[in-house]
Design a binder for this molecule. Structure first.
Ligand code: SAM
Length: 196
């Protein structure tokens, strides 16, 4: 499917600052995030970089959404003047997450587009899942890093953390795997949390 036919790609294209997203992710964003459009949600993205995706998500979700960016680089604080909430810290630090959630409370969606190592993704999943509202989402981008070199299988790790939460919702992993030379396949891992 062409990214141009997705609403999230339109928002991405309209962003005044650059953002880096795999073209094959846009239809997945539309599929999972569209039900939050126009809602008073708390949307958290790990990884701010040039600020472009903050503007993309604000256009996509609308003015009622609280858009929060988490970033290692303190310069990201500059985006607060544009109405975004920015928290400086490391996604691989459980103390950071404890302080973050005690201030912000439970959130609707966490999109992990941070450092992309499997350690960071695992700590983030462990710390965020209990703090995502029922019906919410954790979307982890670029889970193919788990397949590079060490071959740690994030699927099994993500599945092993889910029984420890009482939330309902879903975790979704997005990644790109080489299929043949010059050809890539996007894969999606998803797991529903149907516990009450
Ligand atoms: C792929 S870029 C983010 C791209 C942005 N979301 C976009 O769409 O343009 C990754 C960002 O994650 C940040 N980062 C790397 N490790 C991190 C960590 N441990 N905690 C928080 N942010 C981290 C980097 O500084 C970088 O700005």
């Amino acid at each position: 499917m062409k990214p141009e036919t997705s609403k999230s790609f339109e928002a991405y294209s309209n962003s005044p600052y650059s953002s880096i997203k795999h073209s094959s992710y846009f239809h997945v964003y539309d599929r999972y995030f569209s039900r939050f459009i126009g809602q008073e949600i708390i949307f958290v993205e790990i990884g701010v970089l040039n600020g472009g995706s903050l503007f993309m998500w604000r256009e996509f979700f609308g003015k009622h959404a609280r858009i929060i960016g988490i970033e290692l680089n303190p310069e990201a604080k500059k985006w607060e003047k544009d109405g975004f909430e920015i928290y400086i810290g490391s996604q691989s630090d459980p103390n950071f997450w404890e302080a973050f959630f005690s201030e912000v409370g439970q959130v609707d969606v966490v999109l992990d587009d941070g450092g992309h190592t499997f350690e960071q993704q695992i700590v983030t999943a462990e710390c965020c899942i209990p703090n995502i509202k029922s019906g919410g989402l954790l979307v982890t981008e670029d889970v193919h890093t788990s397949y590079i070199g060490t071959l740690v299988d994030l699927r099994r790790i993500l599945l092993s953390v889910t029984p420890r939460t009482k939330s309902t919702g879903s975790i979704i992993g997005l990644g790109i795997l080489p299929r043949r030379k010059n050809s890539k396949k996007t894969f999606r891992l998803s797991r529903s949390l149907n516990r009450s």
